[in-house]
Design a protein around this ligand. Structure first.
Ligand SMILES: O=C(O)CCC(=O)C(=O)O
Length: 292
């Protein structure tokens, strides 16, 4: 995709960017996080997986003098790191990110999920999916904010997207996955899309990809020998929409899961208390089918 409107200019979102987002379902902001912010996130990643914010089930005991690389090699990702790390929590409110989100999602904005991928050498990618399959909003406002903490290339497993695939506005059925590229046992079948419409979004550390909750996306296995592909992905939606999210059956279905962080504007449901039900957990290396 050669359309320049996919890129923010000077970190500011323009009318052309907004139109591009609605047409194609994603935007790229080069260098939205500065080197000091990336360094802070990098240090925090090691701290989280070393268990310095507390033990998360499945974390292996720290070995004396173990290097960060050796620690991080053992994991794929942690979900909800913002629940334990004040650094990650703080970055949910990143000003330049919020600026973009309030223009393309809503002036009233809430975050319900963070995920920190380390994806070391050899680790599998995520099969084709739409995030609203997992996190259903009422107004199709879900958006992923994918922050590159390391350079992400085709070789180490960057994001792939199908621009415009969000436009159908429906959730596509899933079939068995037999590709070794992916950790998942199922996937959306994307063979109906022309090959040239399926594109990688390579990124340098500090770049941010914004993508719509209906956009088909995936990532391949990290095929490098010594290269991590660290990325923080935070998910946001309009505060106006309720969030009937049962976490793939983990919690009883409620009309509106209130385990959210209000990031901008007003919360129309502020009369209902905020919940704290999600706990950080390690992403397993192989993922099971979660829904039919
Ligand atoms: O970063 C990746 O490898 C996949 C991220 C993803 O699929 C998501 O955030 O929904």
């Amino acid at each position: 995709m050669t359309n320049e409107n996919q890129f923010l200019k000077n970190k500011n979102i323009t009318e052309e960017n907004i139109r591009f987002y609605h047409e194609y379902g994603y935007l790229v902001a080069r260098g939205l996080f500065d080197p000091a912010e990336i360094e802070e996130l990098k240090r925090d990643t090691a701290k989280i997986f070393r268990g310095e914010y507390g033990h998360t089930e499945g974390m292996l005991p720290a070995i004396e003098n173990e290097s960060d690389v050796d620690v991080l090699k053992k994991y794929v990702a942690i979900h909800f790191p913002h629940k334990i790390s004040p650094v990650i929590k703080n970055y949910l409110f990143h000003q330049a990110v919020t600026e973009v989100l309030t223009k393309i999602v809503s002036p009233n904005l809430k975050c319900m999920q963070s995920m920190l991928f380390v994806k070391g050498p050899g680790k599998a990618g995520q099969s084709w999916h739409q995030d609203e399959f997992y996190i259903p909003t009422r107004d199709k406002s879900l958006i992923g904010v994918w922050i590159a903490i390391d350079d992400a290339s085709v070789e180490n497993g960057c994001l792939w997207v199908i621009p415009g695939s969000q436009k159908s506005g429906f959730i596509m059925p899933r079939i068995d996955n037999d590709s070794k590229e992916y950790a998942d046992v199922d996937t959306v079948d994307v063979s109906g899309y022309p090959e040239e419409q399926v594109i990688p979004l390579e990124a340098k550390k500090g770049d941010v990809v914004f993508f719509n909750g209906y956009l088909l996306h995936s990532s391949l296995r990290n095929k490098t020998k010594d290269n991590f592909r660290t990325a923080l992905v935070n998910h946001y939606m309009s505060a106006e929409s309720m969030l009937p999210w049962d976490q793939d059956g983990k919690f009883p279905l409620t009309a509106d899961l209130r385990d959210i962080v209000l990031v901008a504007g007003k919360d129309p449901y502020a009369y209902r208390p905020i919940a704290d039900v999600n706990q950080p957990y390690l992403r397993p290396e192989v993922l099971k089918i979660v829904k039919n």
